[in-house]
Each structure stands twice: as C-alpha cells, then as structure tokens.
Design a protein around this ligand. Structure first.
Ligand code: 44T
Length: 767
C-alpha cells in the first residue's frame, strides 16, 4: 500500500515547477529587472511587455508586482490613447484582465477609456462590474452614477411606479390570454414585466425581445428571480430582426408592447408592428370569418391609439427655442438673423429632433391653451393595411377655432393608448400621469397657421412644423389652421431650406436672459471706467511699464491708432455675446471663443449693426491652435484687462477645469484687471419630493404586480441627480436656501453680484 502522505501533492508540485526550472527562473528575474528599469526610464510600452511575460511565467509574483503592473498599464494606455492606437490600448487591457480578471481598478480604468471613446454602454458595464467586485470603491461609484442613467433610463422607474398603468396592462393581457391568446411575444420587454403577466395569466408560450443589452440582462435576472426561467424565452434583439422559426418557433397570437415615447412614434412602434404583422403574428381575426378561435388569430395590445394636439402659448418653451428679446446687454438683436433651437421638424438636418418633451402642467409660468385639444389621428394597431397606409397619407387640413389669446409657441401632442375595447391610458397634460407631452416648438413667430407636412420617418410623424407669416397673435375668434399630414410619409416639401443659425436650447435660453447680460454689462462698464481713470492718472502705457503695441498691425499712413485698447478675453463655452458687449464699450479689443463659423457670423452681423468696429472683435480660437494656450496673453507685451470665465454651466454644474484655469488667468491680468465672475456663491436647500423618489427607484416594499422586480432595477438607482432642474421639480422646501460656500475663489478684488444663468432657479447650483 503506497504511503499517500509521502506522495507529493499535485498543487504543491505544480507550484514548485518554476523553482525547479532554472532557465525559466532566470528569464523571470531578468524580465522583472528589465520591467523595473524600463519603468524607471518611463518606457512604459516595453515595461508592460516585460511585466506580461513575468506574470504569465510566474503567477506567484502577481501579488508582489500588481501595483507596478497597474501603474505601467495605465501609463502605457494613456500613451496609446494619445497616439490614437485604440486597438492596441484595448488589447493591453484585455491581456491585463486575463492576468487579473477580478481587479476592480483595471476594470474601472478600462471603463473610463471606453467612456471617453463613446462606448457608453460598455463603459457602464465595466463600472458596474468594478462596483460589484468592490461595492465601496469610490471612483467606480462616481463613474457608475454618471452612466447609470444611460443604461437604465429614469422613466423605467416612473413606469414601474405607475400602479394604474401596470394594473391596466395586466388586466388587458390577462383577458386576452384567458380569451384564448396563448402564445405571446412581448416587444421591448424592459424588465420583463408584461411577458411575466402573460405567463402568469396562463399563456402556454411566452417570448420577449429587448434591444438594450442592460435591459435584456436585467430582464433575464428578473424572470429567473420570479421562477420563470425557461418559461419565457428572452431574446437580446430588435423585434425587426426576428424571424420564424429562427428566433421563435411559430407565429404568435398576441403581441404586447409599450414601445411608445411621449410622441407615440419615437420608439418605432409603427415599423415594429408592421414587421410583427408580416412576420411574427398570426393573421388577424377577419371580419368575413369571425369564427376563427383566438388562439389561431393574431392581435396586439395596445389595440390602437388616438393622438391629440393643442396649440399653446408658453414662455418657458419660447425662451428655449427662439430669440425673444430685441436687446441684450445694450446690443440690438434684430441683425442676428433667424436663430433656431435644434428642435425642429422643418429641418432635414440629423442634428435636429422633431420634438422635445415636457410635462406641461409643471412648467414654470404655466401655459395658455390657444385652441381646444383636437383629435389629430386615430390608429388601429390591429390593421396592418392602415399602419402601412400611414406612410402615404394625404395631407389634410384641420381648421380649429382659437379659444385663447396669445402668441403661438408650440404644438403640444399627447395620446390615448387603447389597450383593448374597454381600457385605455392617457398621456394628456391634465392627467395624473408620469407621462410627458411631446412639444413641437414654433421657431418662427407671427403666425396663426401651422403647417404640418411630410415626415421622413415615423419618429418625425408630426414634422415638419412650419409657420406662415400671417398674424402676430392668435386672437379670439380667429381660426388656426393645421395643415396636417399627420403620420404621413409623403413627399411634399416645405418652402426649401431657409437661412438660419442653430443654437442649443441652453444657449438660446442664456441669450434670452437679460438680467444675466445686464449684470455683465454693468460690471464690465465699471471695470473699464476704473481702468481708464487709472490710466489717466498714470499717463498712457505707464501702468505695466510696457511698450503698448496694437495687436494687429496699425493701419499704414498717418492715421492715429487712437488710445490703447483694453483687452478682454471671453472664454465662455458655446455661443456667447459677452465679448461683443465688451467690444461695444469702446476702446476695447475683445477676443471671443465662439468657434462655429455660423456663430461667428452672427456676432459679426451684430457687431456691424451695433456700430462696433470690425477690428474690435476677434475670434481667439481661430488664432490659437492649441486649446491649452487659450489663456495666453493677447501678445507678448500685453496683459488682459478682463477675462470672462464661463465657469458655471447653465444646469448649475461648476466647470472644474475652468476653475483651475482661473489661477493661471490671474497672472495674466493687468494691474486692476479682473476675472468675471470674481467669485461664486454656492447655495443648497433640503427638499422633499415624491416625484424625485418616483423617478429614482421603484418605491415601496410591495412587489410590482406581484413580481419581484425592484431589487434588480434599483441597482441602477442614482443618488446624485446632476441635471435636476429645481424650477420644474415638484417639491416641498424643508429649509430656506442656505449658503454652502460663500467664496469659491477666483481672483483679486471686489466684484458685484452673483449672476444667475437660469432665471427660474433661485440658486445657481442644483444639489
Ligand atoms: N419613455 C416614456 C419612453 N425597445 C418609453 O430598449 C413615461 C419618458 C417616458 N426592443 C418620462 C416619462 C415617460 N425591439 O427598453 C426599451 C427599449 C425597447 C425595443 C426590441 C424593438 N423594436 C424595440 C423598441 C424599443 O423597449 C423598451 C421600452 S420602449 C418604451 C419607451 C413613463 N419620460
């Protein structure tokens, strides 16, 4: 009998192999030395290769070398990133993860690279994984919070918290299944809830598809947790790609779906249903032969929808979509030309959206209906000919009596979803619902006619929206006309492309913010006056002890170049008229950071119309190749009189990078010069908000329709809402606004006041 205790243990013998192999040991120790040397020489690429070799040959060294290995990886990855060697970069991460598959720091870092390269879903997956490995890892947590909203959009919480909606869907599904529809496909299953309803109601076969990877994975988890693993087949795909028998064995008798957005068509429900009727559903119950049993006929829940529209006046919408002021900070705006927000149905441009969404009832300042709600469209989802016909519908004209006086700012659109003959859901502005309404802003004022013409795709079903130029007002007893090809994919074109400049909604709202610009104007005027006074005391060009040279070559000939200008730099992001306001002070040479050619053209037009000499305004970024050099001085001999740092985003976020630049900027100021704003005051307030809870997580302990869903989706709860708009948040104030930080420092002496970019927010920061 062999003595088992003397037999070398397998594991032990394996571990001893490297030590018994002198050549290998030699290689390992030399490579390790080389790795360390290369690291010292900052040759990260070679160091990385050496480390790979070492750790693959001698995994026992992993603990010892992990820190240096990570450091090398991150340094090398940064280099590869800056060289644009993206494939190599990810190859390195993959090799690193083969060695350290559960290293949360490497996983998180790979996520950051993915994120920077625009692979948001993949990035989020990495942050999520890193967090699962180490739940209290702060970097991963912060990264995850930033991307969780993209993975699981907030409305999932709203919908799951909407008991009435859940209940109505459940009832309709149960009735259909009990009535004989026993094979079911849930299109866009999300968390799997409608598919589970069908199974629970007794459907023999249930299939579900979901195009989002995260939602698909979530649905799988949820279905398993509810004991339905194997009973519902979930596919990670778009319904349009599904085929019988490849993906599902045979056609189904019931399709359930809630793939509708606030504008009804944005999630592609019409295309999905046309495809489903043609490829995935049994033929519909025919009127000729109504005897076909429900299990042999196809049908859809919801059975159809009615779309409503209403013309509204709403200042809050107006200020985000068109220029509403004739004067900004002392500048007449008429010469700006037509400015549009990127929400426009009349544009063929891919960068525009046909509509935006708002909960009308919550808009600050409210809204005025200008017409009664009108029935714009009725769609039967159980009639494939009708669905297909939507694409070629004739343009129709709707005449509406005007019931309220005001300016036409938008067409608001909502719908009723008819789940079946008995039950429907409404997304209207008067409903107690989590739904928002689709808003088609009117870009050109002065009209009482809304032309709604053809659309290219069904998502743009109400577009383009265009206005004639009749009356400036909707007045009582007048008629509004809606020339509508609602849901029409016709060919009629609007009057051709018009000349306009596009501004982001936030840029437009800022441009319309007169108090903001007036504050800047006053502060700038005061500064220039002070500097002029100082110069007149010191005499010209004495202040710096420098020779004053105009930035651009002085005109040849005997012309007097005039007094030395004050140099003002505006480093606002996006569109800004602050530089022009500075230039309009006279004796100022202003440098704008506006980059887009179209935006520069607007500033030039405004300059001309407001008597600002052409040479008083220059576009700084045109001259500066390297963005890092933005804060250089105007010329070697010059210093700035004022630097405008746009350090708070419109949503209230502080731009950390610019704050850092402020320190540098301060050294570039002339004596008495100033940075605007000089300081920021942060406020905070405690609030209580049910709405905020409802869109943050599935609430309560009770299962959703009897299913265990909350713990799974609530993993995507985000505790920090960066883009929260206090002006639209329904909440109870538990404290007054408190100063959190009085002096986020910027530069030297005194400036006047805090400038609030969003007039609806009584604080600059949303916390
Ligand atoms: N949000 C409404 C839109 N999908 C709901 O990936 C209402 C917005 C809303 N899957 C505030 C309140 C509300 N094949 O997970 C999504 C999506 C998926 C598909 C497979 C397809 N053809 C599709 C189309 C979509 O379906 C899920 C639901 S879409 C619902 C959109 C509370 N703001």
């Amino acid at each position: 009998m062999p003595n088992t205790s003397t037999r070398p243990k397998r594991g032990r013998r394996n571990r001893r192999v490297p030590r018994e192999d002198p050549a290998r040991n030699e290689l390992v120790s030399r490579s390790l030395e080389s790795a360390q040397q290369c690291l010292f020489n900052q040759d990260y690429g070679t160091a990385f290769v050496h480390y790979l070799l070492v750790l693959n040959l001698a995994p026992v060294l992993k603990d010892f070398a992990s820190e240096s290995f990570r450091f090398t990886l991150f340094k090398w990855a940064d280099e590869l990133d800056s060289l644009g060697r993206i494939q190599d970069l990810f190859d390195c991460y993959e090799q690193a993860l083969e060695l350290f598959p559960t290293d949360e720091v490497i996983i998180n870092s790979m996520g950051e690279h993915l994120f920077r390269m625009g692979f948001r879903d993949e990035a989020a997956g990495h942050f999520h994984k890193a967090l699962k490995l180490k739940p209290d890892y702060p970097e991963a947590k912060e990264n995850f919070y930033r991307v969780a909203n993209w993975l699981v959009e907030r409305w999932h919480f709203l919908m799951l918290n909407d008991r009435r909606r859940n209940h109505k869907y459940q009832q309709a599904i149960q009735k259909a299944v009990e009535g004989g529809c026993n094979t079911v496909l849930d299109i866009g299953t999300g968390t799997g809830i409608l598919g589970m309803c069908a199974k629970k109601a007794g459907a023999a076969e249930v299939y579900a598809c979901e195009l989002s990877k995260t939602m698909y994975e979530l649905a799988c988890e949820v279905v398993t947790a509810n004991g339905m693993n194997g009973l519902i087949k979930i596919l990670h795909m778009k319904s349009l790609e599904m085929e019988v028998p490849k993906d599902i064995p045979k056609r189904v008798s019931l399709v359930v779906t809630e793939t509708v957005d606030a504008g009804l068509f944005g999630e592609g429900i019409i295309e999905s249903l046309i495809h489903a009727w043609n490829h995935l559903l049994l033929p519909p119950q025919s009127t000729q032969d109504p005897s076909r049993p429900p299990s042999q006929a196809g049908r859809v829940i919801p059975a159809g929808a009615t779309v409503f529209g209403m013309a509204v006046q709403c200042l809050e919408i107006r200020r985000h979509h068109r220029l509403c002021v004739s004067e900004i900070g002392g500048l007449a705006t008429a010469a700006a030309g037509e400015l549009h927000s990127p929400v426009s149905c009349s544009s063929e441009d891919d960068s525009t959206e046909p509509y935006t969404t708002e909960r009308l009832s919550r808009l600050p300042g409210g809204y005025t209906p200008l017409t009664e709600p009108f029935n714009a469209l009725d769609i039967d989802f159980n009639n494939v000919q009708e669905l297909e016909g939507l694409c070629s519908r004739e343009v129709s004209r709707v005449r509406l009596p005007v019931t309220g006086e005001g300016l036409l700012d938008a067409l608001a659109v909502w719908f009723q979803l008819h789940l079946d003959q008995q039950s429907s859901l409404s997304t209207g502005p008067k409903e107690d619902t989590c739904w928002e309404q689709a808003i088609y802003p009117v870009q050109t004022p002065h009209s009482r006619i809304i032309y709604i013409r053809h659309v290219q795709c069904l998502a743009k079903v109400f577009g383009p929206l265009e206005l004639g130029d009749l009356l400036p007002h909707f007045s009582l007893n007048a008629e509004a006309e809606l020339c509508s090809a609602l849901a029409c994919l016709g060919t009629e074109q609007s009057s051709g492309p018009r000349d306009y400049t596009m501004l982001e909604c936030a840029e437009m709202a800022l441009l319309n913010n007169q108090p903001y610009h007036d504050s800047f104007r006053r502060a700038l005027a005061k500064l220039i006056t002070n500097l002029k006074d100082a110069r007149s005391v010191q005499g010209p060009s004495q202040g710096q002890g420098l020779e004053v040279m105009p930035l651009t070559d002085p005109p040849s000939g005997p012309m007097d170049p005039g007094p030395d200008p004050f140099y003002v730099l505006d480093v606002s992001e996006g569109f800004s008229v602050l530089s022009l306001m500075a230039a309009s002070q006279g004796q100022v040479k202003a440098y704008s950071s506006v980059e887009k050619t179209q935006h520069q053209a607007v500033l030039r037009r405004l300059a001309r119309a407001n008597g600002v000499p052409e040479e008083a305004l220059e576009f700084w970024l045109n001259q500066v190749e390297d963005e890092q050099a933005v804060l250089q001085r105007p010329s070697r001999e010059k210093l700035w009189s004022a630097i405008i740092l746009d350090c708070v985003e419109t949503c209230g976020l502080v731009r950390q990078k610019l704050m850092e630049k402020a320190t540098l900027a301060r050294c570039l100021l002339e004596d008495g010069g100033q940075i605007f704003p000089e300081r920021i005051v942060l406020y905070g307030m405690l609030v209580e908000s049910d709405t905020l809870l409802l869109e943050s997580a599935v609430q309560g302990q009770e299962p959703t329709l009897g299913f265990n869903i909350a713990p799974f989706i609530n993993q995507f709860t985000v505790p920090v809402h960066v883009f929260l708009d206090l002006s639209t948040l329904q909440c109870r104030h538990l404290t007054v606004a408190l100063t959190i930080k009085r002096n986020v420092p910027f530069s030297g002496p005194c400036l006047s006041k805090i400038i609030c970019k969003n007039p609806n927010n009584f604080t600059d920061l949303h916390l």
